[in-house]
Ligand binder design. Structure first.
Ligand code: NAP
Length: 275
């Protein structure tokens, strides 16, 4: 087991290496229950967003868990309609209220789209950072040109870029670029929303180690230095994903997965910057 998944999250510490995603976990009890279950199992990183409509449920899950708030790394995202300067400030305060917390560990720009304008949006993130309302500034779905511009505007570092990554979208170029910039890669849809389960190479590695395909995908992401945030609702899935931390892939496994050339992006809205 690695220690960093249980460390106290404060500004400057590494982001806990496996998080719980919550997109489409819209049933209030199921969402709060998943967060509580995950935290009591050992997860220390929870990912939500204004757009998910579940910040209050995530907050209830955190409050119900027998884990101190300061030990939980909590991330949320400002939706694209709310990215004008004053809307960032106002809606972030609303998010904190729904979450039932005084501050979040990471606040992301959800997409470089809608009302996003680096000169207008990012100074509001900087203000929230300077006043301690957010411990880190993050961005999501940013390509190198967006990262470059944001770095010019912000005084604070960009702690993370949350992007889609899994064996069917390996993101080699962006990953290399982010490593050079010292920006952490948080991998969303790390199970390709279920699509990795049907990939023969992943099945083959899973059979070899007698583990699930989900675990193989998560262990491969860890090998690549990414922080995966699988969404899971049932205790069985939450546990299966957590146990990926014990899976060590060997060089042959990694080479086999690296060689998968079929690309399939799962999250592809018309406003995605690659469209
Ligand atoms: N920044 C962005 O634009 C963005 C975009 C997409 C996602 N995200 C974040 O990333 C998180 C994860 O991505 P995602 O929700 O798109 O997809 P995902 O984590 O790749 O896949 C989630 C699906 O896999 C199932 N599952 C989870 N663990 C499993 C296991 N061990 N065995 C079998 N099935 C399993 C879940 O089912 P159950 O729920 O039934 O357990 C759910 O149907 C999101 O929840 C969200 O927090 C961010």
């Amino acid at each position: 087991m690695t220690d960093d998944a249980t460390s106290t999250a404060t500004r400057g510490d590494a982001i806990p290496t496996l998080g719980l995603g919550t997109w489409e976990n819209t049933d209030p009890e199921a969402c709060a229950g998943a967060v509580e279950t995950a935290l009591e199992m050992g997860y220390r990183h929870v990912d939500t967003a204004q757009a998910y409509g579940n910040e209050a449920d995530v907050g209830r899950g955190i409050a119900a868990a027998d884990v101190d708030r300061e030990d939980v790394f909590l991330a949320t995202k400002v939706w694209i309609d709310n990215l004008a300067h004053d809307d960032v400030l106002e809606t972030t305060r609303e998010s904190l209220e729904r979450l039932g917390v005084d501050a979040v560990d990471l606040l992301y720009v959800h997409w470089p789209a809608g009302a996003y304008d680096p000169e207008d949006t990012l100074p509001a993130f900087q203000t929230l950072y300077d006043e301690g309302t957010i411990d880190r500034i993050g961005v999501s779905n940013f390509e190198p040109r967006h990262l470059d511009r944001a770095r010019e505007v912000l005084d604070a570092p960009i702690a993370a870029n949350q992007i889609e990554m899994h064996p069917l979208l390996q993101q080699d170029d962006l990953r290399e670029y982010m490593a050079e910039m010292d920006i952490e890669l948080v991998a969303y849809s790390p199970l390709a929303r279920g699509a990795v389960f049907d990939v023969p190479e992943i099945r083959n590695v899973a059979e070899k180690h007698a583990v699930s395909e989900a675990q193989v995908s998560l262990a491969w992401l860890r090998e690549k230095g990414a922080v995966p945030i699988p969404k899971a609702t049932s205790e069985a899935h939450i546990r299966d994903n957590w146990e990926s931390r014990d899976l060590e892939l060997d060089d042959e496994d990694i080479a086999k997965i690296d060689a998968i050339e079929r690309e399939k992006r799962q999250v592809d809205p018309s406003f995605g910057p690659w469209n």
